[in-house]
Design a protein. Structure first.
Length: 681
């Protein structure tokens, strides 16, 4: 048995950084069946094979953290944890303190929490990593007999759950939509509970036909509990079997088989949610209970059409959305007060033309959103639908309260969270809130079966981290974004900026931008950035070459984009003797600056008066900007703008730039503490 543990541990150590390395891979590496591996590991260590692998990884993590050269996030990926938050949870459960505390602990305190291998590897660090000696491996293996096991129930804030796709037990495959609908209803009811983190539908869909074990899925998703189920509809009867499983030890906490009349379907769904929350001791407020117990409709045929519509709706293709609208509208014909159906019609119309310049469905979105709110004003779907109408109409400030209310009624709504992240980035910039919602979106969208969705989720998080000054973490997530989808439209552009923040090399930045633009010459965002980075080095001929193409393409397509950049472009045009065009561009910029109501207004006006050489007004606006909150990382580069060069020797300019920098890093530190406290980083 010792030889078995020695070999198994050596393989895990060698593959520790591979996030995909799990029980199946270990069994294959050891040339044995999965069932035989599980039996032998359990017999030798009293652990599941998944926990065995995890604890080897945690021991390596401790050694890396004590060296102090890597961040917690970096260590988590070095030892194969796909989620830093899940790594922190597992580390705390095993050692009794978080990985972030390792650097602050005294050696004696760490040794109390160590197992024998920790002491050994501390003395023989180089031999351990270079040779992975058999004696060391043996010590690791034997240490498992003495490692303390944490069998305590997860604390309230740690409780998280995934509802796996239900199985259709009927011989009639057409019943699949009904079983999927039962699964989604269970998921939606649990999502309404604030004290429970519920993994999104798209993240669990990949496990519909999986052979992975509960511990393997738990490690990938970072959850405490799983709900599994199977069911069928036989005439007017619904047969359903539900299990609640503790992910840490694969123990069945609760199971129930139901045989109910179809007419009792809503009572059944509410009963399941209540039994699950009771079993895992999650606090459900009266308001949340009221939301769970709410019946979507009294008309079973309307509900059947609604369930049929969900599959094409979730496809997010134009054909699927159109088919979903047809079925949702059939549901409305059966029940003209079916709020959820109206909401999904509105959301579907919004998604159909979200990226289109010509908007045809704005009034349909508004009509259906209003109907949804009329019949259920406390539905997250109704509120999100109305927010989409205001976003479509560019009344952004009116969209915010609807998104906030939607999240209040459904704290696990990945759609509302993603929209709030985008809102606080583009529409009403707020660095702290942007990062918070981007992190929450990744937590709920973890391990999504849709690689494109996951890629864009990581892209958004990378951008939020970069905006808040977390450069190293931003680099990690933009690289992970590209791993999930190498064709991601925006990732190479953002990656170039992150590398620039690390290197501060304009020429390298230009090369990366030009390469990205050469791959897709329709990218006007990259085109104007190339011009900007030539402008910053006062290489006006080259800047003009790219700016000219940008301005002409913008005009040809009737676009109003990057108006803040017109200040730089006008200066470049003036340098190239294009005086009339320069004046026109400057006037456009001036009008934009005067009407701008965003946090960029004082920067825009400072640029305007710098071009006019009214230096006192420039300083007034720079000082006003320095007093504002929600600073962003890129504002640290204001001092390098060529337009402000005549001010560099002035003490008030220097002190103002220093104030901007100091406030940003104070904000950065404050955000870091808040997010660490919330266990978001």
């Amino acid at each position: 048995m010792e030889d078995f543990l020695t070999q198994a541990t050596a393989i895990v150590v060698e593959r520790a950084s591979d996030e995909q390395f799990g029980v199946s891979e270990l069994a294959e590496a050891m040339n044995m069946s999965r069932s035989n591996l599980l039996r032998k590991v359990k017999s030798a260590t009293n652990l599941s094979a998944s926990l065995f692998i995890r604890q080897v990884r945690l021991e390596i993590a401790m050694e890396l953290l004590k060296e102090g050269n890597l961040s917690v996030s970096e260590v988590s990926y070095r030892v194969g944890f796909g989620s830093p938050s899940y790594f922190i949870k597992c580390f705390r459960e095993h050692y009794g303190f978080s990985p972030g505390e390792v650097g602050n602990k005294k050696v004696e305190e760490l040794q109390k929490a160590e197992n024998p291998i920790s002491k050994y590897t501390a003395r023989n660090r180089h031999q351990y990593w270079v040779f992975t000696g058999l004696a060391v491996i043996l010590l690791i293996a034997l240490a498992y007999f003495f490692w303390p096991k944490n069998n305590e129930e997860p604390s309230q804030e740690e409780k998280s759950i995934a509802v796996l796709p239900f199985k259709n037990e009927s011989a009639d495959s057409t019943n699949l939509y009904f079983v999927n609908g039962l699964m989604e209803s269970t998921l939606n009811n649990l999502q309404k509970i604030k004290n429970l983190r519920v993994i999104s539908r798209s993240s669990v869909e990949k496990y519909r036909n999986t052979n992975k074990s509960i511990p393997e899925m738990a490690e990938e998703l970072g959850v405490s509990y799983f709900v599994t189920g199977s069911g069928q509809k036989v005439g007017e009867q619904v047969l359903l079997s539900i299990q609640l499983i503790d992910a840490t030890n694969e123990r069945q906490i609760w199971a129930e088989q139901y045989n109910r009349r179809l007419a009792d379907i809503f009572s059944l769904q509410n009963e399941i949610a209540t039994q699950i929350t009771d079993a895992i001791k999650v606090i459900v407020t009266p308001t949340e209970l009221q939301q769970i117990e709410k019946r979507p409709t009294e008309n079973l045929l309307a509900y059947d059409y609604y369930l049929q519509a969900l599959e094409p709706y979730h496809s997010r293709t134009d054909e699927g959305l159109q088919r979903g609208i047809e079925l949702f509208e059939k549901a409305i014909e059966q029940d003209p007060e079916f709020s959820l159906a109206y909401a999904h019609v509105a959301i579907s119309y919004y998604l159909l033309e979200m990226f289109r310049s010509e908007k045809l469905y704005t009034e349909k979105i508004n009509f259906n959103a209003d109907k949804a709110l009329l019949y259920d004003s406390k539905s997250a779907e109704s509120l999100t639908a109305k927010a989409f109408y205001y976003i479509q109409s560019e009344d952004f400030s009116l969209a915010l309260p609807y998104l906030q209310k939607a999240l209040e009624y459904n704290p696990n709504s990945s759609l509302a969270i993603q929209m709030l992240a985008d809102f606080y980035f583009r529409l009403a910039p707020d660095t702290e809130k942007y990062l918070e919602y981007a992190l929450k979106a990744v937590q709920l969208q973890v391990a999504s079966g849709d690689s494109t969705t996951q890629s864009y989720s990581f892209l958004q998080l990378a951008n939020a981290l970069m905006t808040a000054g977390f450069v190293e973490q931003a680099r990690e997530f933009i690289d992970r974004s590209l791993v999930y989808d190498s064709t991601n439209y925006y990732a190479p552009h953002l990656r170039a900026y992150i590398l620039f923040a690390e290197e501060k090399d304009n020429s390298k930045m230009r090369r990366r931008l030009i390469q990205a633009w050469e791959n897709d010459k329709s990218r006007l965002d990259i085109l104007q950035d190339i011009g900007k980075f030539y402008y910053l080095d006062e290489m006006y001929d080259s800047a003009f070459f790219y700016y000219l193409q940008f301005v002409e393409a913008r005009k040809a397509n009737g676009l109003r984009i990057y108006e803040l950049e017109n200040a730089k472009i006008s200066l470049v045009y003036e340098k190239m003797g294009r005086d009339e065009e320069a004046k026109s561009l400057f006037q456009e910029f001036s009008d934009f600056a005067e009407s701008d109501e965003s946090i960029y207004r004082n920067i825009a006006l400072a640029n305007k008066y710098a071009i006019l050489k009214d230096w006192e007004k420039v300083m007034n606006h720079l000082k006003a900007f320095a007093d504002e909150e929600n600073n962003q990382f890129w504002f640290l580069y204001l001092k390098d703008e060529p337009v402000f060069a005549p001010l560099k020797s002035r003490s008030d300019f220097q002190s103002t730039m220093q104030k901007i920098e100091d406030k940003f890093w104070e904000q950065h530190d404050r955000i870091k503490k808040i997010l660490e406290k919330k266990k978001l980083i």
